[in-house]
Design a protein around this ligand. Structure first.
Ligand code: NAP
Length: 463
């Protein structure tokens, strides 16, 4: 048999997940010098781009412009897109592996972490993931409802996702009216009665997970004052060492300067508090009415870091909505290893292992959040995917890649046809893209997204 990766026997790679990490892995493979390769890129949704479409906030269009890079990758004739094909449902991991010499999982982290406190399942208590998916028109979340008739919302956690949801809740809805925000979300935000967003960090200003630019954007909102108690913006003795990091110093100084401004006079308030942990979500008749919080003290964690411990002082804040923004989490896929504790696919240098300490499973790789957990910006995924592809190419060179049983171009097409799975091509996505832009143009928006898979499929049936 001809060697894998040569013109006589091109390397056949499947990538599962068409978000940033999947596209960067495809790009790295297609650009690998001296390699003859073809890539099949799968996504469970008919639409590509993962979190860039369904996660990045609608008021961050500049970040979304990265899709131009992915479009270029998708235009490569060696890449085929299979939209609306779900691994573990429409085809199995085994079936995919039998038709490709290597499989790269780029499935991200679709779910979210819980806080493990009483009341988390009350109506009005949601994950930020759900809220983000809702305003972005993600088909999984388009049917959710968020009670924006309440005066106050608590956002738990102070990462960049918390900043996104706080901005969307606090800014003038008209600022969003030209973006690609889902139409129903824009209507709901226009009618919103929310006046206060509590932004609650369990540690101090030096440990806040937000980026300097993100907290500054909150501070610059035209419709909301960022309110911080100066006494609470101080950096504890135990956290002083962290100020050596210029990014930490920058965000601490920003918050401390802002604290001097007091309450301000804008219609809405974002009340940022540190050293606070929620201990119970309180409800009446099954609905959230308040959040019980405990003040924290910061102590060394004994590993060079700082941790929060409850100080036994409690307070109750009336809120009608709680959004926990405490991190994303992967969900297991049948036939693919999953580490319950970390919430992602166990791996060594991107090579999937059955469990920690076990040898690599030949031909299986992982990239992005599914590989390292939910951290980093979109661009972080490029180097991460390049690193995994380097592992794959080293295995190819070492001869340890298991050749597919049937790597022919039509093997996957036949399998999907046999299973009566209708996969959408990138050309189909381009048609949806044109339709969305045209629908948006009617009301001056960048695009009006399809938010139901059934609507996308119906739109593609020739009239
Ligand atoms: P994150 O950055 O990990 O932040 C999670 C936050 O939740 C932290 O403040 C964390 O506090 C807190 N937390 C965790 N468990 C908690 C608990 N039980 N009780 C209270 N607080 C808890 O996660 P993320 O905000 O979901 O963002 C994920 C990644 O996407 C990040 O790398 C982020 O930068 C990136 N992102 C970037 C942008 C952007 O660039 N505009 C937008 C969105 C997301 P501790 O620090 O104390 O653990």
């Amino acid at each position: 048999m001809a060697a894998l990766g040569t013109p006589q026997r091109p390397l056949a790679v499947a990538i599962v997940g068409a978000g940033p990490s999947g596209f960067y892995a495809a790009e790295a493979l297609l650009k690998a010098p001296g390699l003859t390769v073809r890539v099949d890129l799968f996504d469970r949704l008919p639409t590509p781009f993962g979190l860039v479409r369904g996660g990045v906030a609608p008021d961050h269009q500049k970040i979304k412009s990265v899709v131009a890079v992915y479009e270029k990758t998708a235009a490569d004739p060696r890449l085929r897109f299979f939209g609306a094909v779900k691994l573990g449902c429409d085809l199995t991991a085994e079936e995919l592996a039998a038709r490709h010499d290597a499989v790269i999982y780029a499935v991200g982290c679709e779910s979210d972490r819980h806080m493990g406190i009483p009341g988390e399942d009350l109506a009005g208590s949601h994950s930020a993931t759900e809220f983000v998916g809702w305003y972005n028109g993600h088909p999984d979340h388009r049917g959710r409802t968020f009670d924006l008739s309440c005066g106050a919302v608590a956002v738990i956690g102070v990462g960049n996702v918390a900043m996104d949801v706080t901005r969307i809740l606090s800014r003038d809805a008209e600022d969003l009216s030209k973006t690609d925000i889902a139409g129903y979300a824009l209507d709901a935000l226009r009618a919103s009665k929310v006046k206060t967003v509590w932004l609650l960090g369990r540690r101090g200003p030096a440990e806040a997970a937000y980026s300097p630019a993100e907290i500054e954007e909150i501070g610059e909102l035209s419709t909301a004052d960022l309110v911080v108690d100066p006494a609470k913006a101080v950096v504890d003795e135990v956290s002083q060492g962290e100020l050596a990091d210029p990014a930490v110093k920058k965000k601490v100084e920003y918050v401390q300067e802002h604290a001097k401004k007091g309450e301000g006079s804008k219609e809405r308030k974002v009340r940022l508090r540190f050293r606070i942990s929620p201990v119970e979500i309180i409800g009446e008749n099954g609905r959230v009415t308040a959040l019980r919080i405990e003040k924290n003290e910061l102590v060394s964690d004994g590993k060079g870091g700082v941790k929060a411990v409850g100080a036994g002082v409690f307070e109750t804040i009336p809120v009608g909505l709680v959004l926990r923004s405490v991190g994303y989490r992967g969900i297991p896929i049948p036939g693919v290893p999953f580490d319950e504790k970390s919430g992602h696919i166990p791996n060594v240098d991107g090579r999937v292992v059955a469990a920690s300490g076990k040898p690599a499973l030949p031909g299986q790789y992982v990239v992005g959040w599914a590989k390292r957990g939910p951290s980093g910006l979109i661009g972080t995924n490029r180097a991460d995917s390049v690193a995994t592809v380097s592992s794959l190419l080293a295995d190819l060179k070492a001869g340890t890649l298991p050749a597919a049983t049937d790597a022919s171009l039509d093997a996957t097409l036949r399998l999907l046809a046999d299973k009566k799975v209708r996969a959408l091509s990138f050309a189909d996505w381009r048609k949806l893209d044109v339709l969305e832009k045209a629908a948006g143009a009617k009301t001056g928006k960048i695009r009006e997204k399809f938010t139901r898979v059934s609507d996308m499929l119906a739109a593609l049936i020739p009239q």
